[in-house]
Write a protein that binds this ligand. Sequence first.
Ligand code: NAD
Ligand code: UFG
Length: 339
Amino acid sequence: MSQKILVTGGAGYIGSHTSLLLLEAGFEVVVVDNLSNSSVESLRRVEKLTDQFIRFYKVDLTNFDALSDIFKEHQFDAVVHFAGLKAVGESSQIPLTYYEQNIYGTINLMKAMQKFNCKRIVFSSSATVYGDPASVPIKEDFPISATNPYGRTKLFIEEIMRDQAIADSDWQIVLLRYFNPVGAHKSGQIGEDPQGIPNNLMPFISQVAVGKREKLSVFGNDYPTPDGTGVRDYIHVVDLSDAHVKAIQKITGLLGVTTLNLGTGKGYSVLDMVKAFEKGSGKTIAYEIVDRRPGDIAECWADPALANKVLSWKATKGLDDMIDDTWRWQSQNPLGYDS
Ligand code: NAD
Ligand code: UFG
């Protein structure tokens, strides 16, 4: 019988891609999402692409009773936990909401898991927990810190999970620290669909390319980097999702807490991304240099060696794939899932 996986936040950007890959790998997928930042259309498209069914519950993780009802109905082999709020700037304006949704939501989820004896979880952490790293590439044993409420929710959740694994050694926990996820499924059917003005670079560039935004603001060109603009480790969302499938496949052999960086190990600057997008899309990306964005760091890229070793996983898609796939999704769905 196939294993059954609960995917929280499965209607979202990374969750929908991971659900697709889990189905393709032979898992049964149940999704819980409150749709606060997504559309159920993403899951309908995953069903069409895979010709398989996803059981969907529109439930908020802060609702313990509703969550318990789902666990009563299904015996899960493991949980992949994406659900949460993720806008760094917004998290400073409404910190209580971030702490409630991300931390209280996760505690509820883990309480339900404990109650129904499902003690395997893969969690979406972030490279943001490294704060401003002393050097690059970043390894998992670098010191962790946070500079905003969003980052603190990730940091606290990691600590909560470590405490739980100490208290009950049956728990098997994989903390995946993502660098910068970009791109879309090669079908162009699912992708990133940010509400309002995008906070992140890649969706902003692609909205300029498609004519939805006039120009990109490049946040600073006086960083100590080769061209002065910020350098990040962009990773294709399908590579990232594939690491989740591998983590689920290997989790029974991993004891306690395993912490892994998910990145490519390569850094690209903002202007590298602009140039590559122009080449891939054939469009001109208008941009202007503006002040640095508060809280941004100069450069951030991963040493992904540990994930390569532990998961027998490696990012295989390069910058061209990231741009081609983003552009296919954006040009076929100029208004995202509302197109
Ligand atoms: P997303 O917003 O597309 O997906 C998150 C999903 O969770 C959404 O569908 C949203 O509706 C749902 N959700 C939010 N709060 C919920 C709640 N209380 N109950 C039920 N559902 C809820 O974001 P994403 O880019 O797919 O990110 C997934 C995870 O990865 C998040 O935890 C995010 O913090 C983390 N992450 C993302 C990035 C990135 O750049 N995209 C980087 C590092 C870490
Ligand atoms: N940038 C611009 N203009 C924009 C948007 C971004 O110049 O309109 C620049 C930023 O200054 C930075 C780079 O593009 O140098 C990437 O910025 P993003 O906002 O796309 O990504 P960040 O690296 O700031 O943060 C992202 C996620 C966080 C996550 C972090 C992990 O938003 O949630 O990656 O590395 F924690």
